[in-house]
Design a protein around this ligand. Sequence first.
Ligand code: PLP
Length: 376
Amino acid sequence: MAENPYAKYFDYNATTPLSAAARKAWLEASDQHWHNPSSLYREAGMARLKLEDCREELADFLGCDEPERIVFTGGATEANNAVIRYFSRKEKKLAFSAVEHPCVMETAEKVCGKNSRIIPVNSLTGAVDLESLAEFLDSENPGAVSVMAANNETGAIQAWKEIAEMCAERGIDYHCDAAQWIGKMPANALETCGFVTGSAHKFGGPKGVGFLMLPEGLDSGEFEIFVGGPQENGFRAGTEDLAGVMAMMAALSGLDENFDSGQKGRDRDAFEREVEEKVGCELLLRDSPRLWNTSMFVLPHSKNLKWLTRLSQRGFSVSTGSACSAGKGNPSRVMQAMELDFDRMGRVLRVSGGRDTSEDDWMALADAIREVGAEL
Ligand code: PLP
């Protein structure tokens, strides 16, 4: 088997390398389908057909039988902003979980302000507790709810199917940020969520490309991301990034359907046992539903940045939390929601592997962490 060139890369939740299929599709689209899909000659028509094929394919992937509800965007931040701003325009009281990505949380706080509420998460599981959520929804009566599918920092999985049902029963709009779910977990039930957002670079596609699935019955008069053209069925003006979209879909359809996430989770678990037993790390959310690729733990001593730097010198890429809060100095809201004290927050390391990360790769990382621990 060919050697994995990314064997020491453990920051897949921040971004993933471009897959070979995505690269090929991007080059093909750029060379052959560079025409403007809105123009009227034959080549432009071909570009339009390719774009609509991608829309159908993505709709199918999400379990949606109306491709016109798919809007291609410039990533998940744009898509999430658009959904939250829509809720605000409609003056819907918005409830969002305490562990949402900053592009949801900060937008909600900025544009919904007093008309927003935070849904607490269980500090041990990092997830929204369903019984408490039912009480919360009945007492707060929000018009919209935003709870992600899986968390980028902890890997905690939210019960999005049940949350979608709870919202539907109460006539509440539901938005599910599935940026960390898609490409890692089965996605064909996501349609039930209403508003769903995702990002290509989290699953081997290019950066700056993503999508939004809208709920049934919304028309472009009500929901406009950009104004100034009829593209994307009127939901988002601007010449479409066909190469980006084709690359995104090639990355998605190139994922192995028989991928054994259970085995991958066990490889990660073996790594966790090593760092727990041999380094004295304190594992977070070990026994909670988590993505198979993510591990978050508190190092036994010294600031996490020191460990990160020394691991980086050995060629390993890891994270101290989400790339968005890394380097900013202010503690991540996710870690605050998990009630970590200031000292432990400064010792948190997050590692996230990919589909090709093998048990040997995980073990090599554990060895490097042990060596760094001894040095420090
Ligand atoms: N939502 C989640 C859960 C993420 O992890 C990210 C990426 O960091 C985003 C949204 C933003 O995605 P993008 O980089 O496509 O704007």
